[in-house]
Design a binder for this molecule. Structure first.
Ligand SMILES: C[S@@+](CC[C@H](N)C(=O)[O-])C[C@H]1O[C@@H](n2cnc3c(N)ncnc32)[C@H](O)[C@@H]1O
Length: 382
């Protein structure tokens, strides 16, 4: 027999469920949907279910598309939706379910997403998040006995990415030494390495006399701001130039082209088997843009009508090809500049958020600077 308090508890649960169903059904109706009023939702032999409260026929319910949570909606409403779809299509048998799961889990868009949208930094953040997810899954599969949460994992992962040294191809945590901050090459006064008889003592040396009060700085490497930001959480006013993302269109090879076969072989060699998605590739480009220009030249050559005996390699040196490649470079860089939003973070109160907004602004400014210099260079040389 159920006790009085148990009966009271189950009575209040039933009332709560009825209230919930009522709210749900009025929401459906308010949004143009229909739920047959003679259907009751309550517990039966099979647990909760839908029951006809009188003889029923015809339409039971109708939910317009705006009330459906489709995988397309999930993909479009998350900053990382498209990337997640591509990864899920590659790695899982049910990409739609992965997208819907992410939709249920993901929080409202953080200011960060809209701020870095379209930038290379955004691609790096997405890639990092994706890789962290994979690493977390891997760790969980091995460390099954540890109560590993995502937060615990992120804490430990941040510790190692911001503190571990690379010593003779091994990552290593070195107590005390990791208290030293990073400085640029002109500021660094500390060198380190493995020394001693078996070259296994970690030793830090001061290369010069350091005046009293000066900060002892080591180098974390010559890294652009986006990398410093993602790995260590800070940026420098003067860091090495940023890397940017430029879009590249796959050249159209005509089936009627007498040089089709040669062009295919030539293109495979130049493109180094890079995979294009829907005819487009987003390429990581540094300030020199050499690899990108090489592809652009090859695309120009492939697009030109040639005799079957043409020498495609020779054509790459043609000044008119160079000119067209530079025009395309200018176009791609301008397009990427157009995608970079003006930095407009919302007003934030927490200190760490203020700092992270400033850091993002600096990383985006670095990207803009590289894109502008590519446009200027392409204009100058074409
Ligand atoms: C290896 S730890 C250095 C010691 C650290 N400051 C501490 O209190 O333990 C690396 C972290 O120090 C901070 N840091 C190092 N160099 C910095 C710099 N030049 N500017 C700002 N923060 C820096 C960043 O938070 C980074 O993730």
């Amino acid at each position: 027999m159920a006790s009085c308090s148990e009966r009271k508890q189950s009575g209040s649960l039933v009332a709560k469920m009825a209230e919930f169903v009522e709210l749900l059904e009025s929401w459906v109706r308010e949004h143009g949907g229909f739920v047959h009023p003679a259907v009751g939702i309550h517990k039966g032999d099979r647990g909760r279910g839908a029951f006809a409260s009188k003889d029923l026929a015809g339409e039971l319910c109708r939910l317009p598309p705006k009330l459906l949570i489709s995988e397309k909606l999930a993909e479009g409403s998350m900053a990382f939706g498209h990337e997640l779809r591509m990864a899920a299509e590659e790695f899982t048998a049910a990409p739609g379910l992965v997208l819907l799961t992410a939709f249920l889990l993901h929080e409202d868009d953080h200011w960060l997403h809209s701020t870095i949208k379209g930038s290379h930094l955004e691609r790096q953040v997405r890639a990092k998040r994706h890789n962290l997810g994979l690493e977390f899954a891997l760790l969980k599969s091995y460390v099954g006995k540890l109560p590993l949460t995502w937060e615990d994992f992120l804490w430990a992962r941040c510790i190692v990415s911001s503190r571990a040294y690379s010593l003779q191809s091994q990552r290593c945590l070195v107590p005390w030494a990791d208290l030293l901050n990073h400085g640029t090459s002109s500021e660094v006064c500390v060198r380190y390495g493995l020394e001693g008889e078996t070259a296994s003592d970690f030793v830090m040396n001061l290369g010069q006399l350091v005046p009293q009060g000066a900060e002892l700085l080591q180098s974390y490497g010559d890294k652009p701001n986006a990398t410093l930001l993602l790995d260590y959480g800070f940026v420098l006013p003067q860091a090495p130039p940023a890397v940017v993302s430029l879009a590249f269109q796959l050249p159209q090879l005509l089936e009627t082209d007498p040089a089709l076969k040669e062009k295919k072989v030539f293109w495979t060699r130049v493109s180094k088997g890079r995979s294009f998605r829907k005819g487009e590739l987003l390429l990581e480009v540094d300030e020199a843009a050499e690899a990108f220009l090489e592809l652009l030249r090859a695309a120009v050559v492939c697009g030109q009508p040639q005799g079957s005996s043409c020498d495609l390699e020779e054509k790459l040196q043609d000044p008119s090809v160079e000119m067209e490649a530079l025009i395309r470079l200018q176009h791609s860089a301008q397009q990427a500049l157009g995608k970079l939003c003006e930095f407009e973070g919302p007003e934030v109160k927490e200190d760490w958020e203020v700092v992270s907004q400033q850091n993002c602004a600096q990383a985006l400014a670095d990207e803009r600077c590289v894109l502008q210099s590519l446009v200027a260079r392409a204009k100058r040389e074409s």
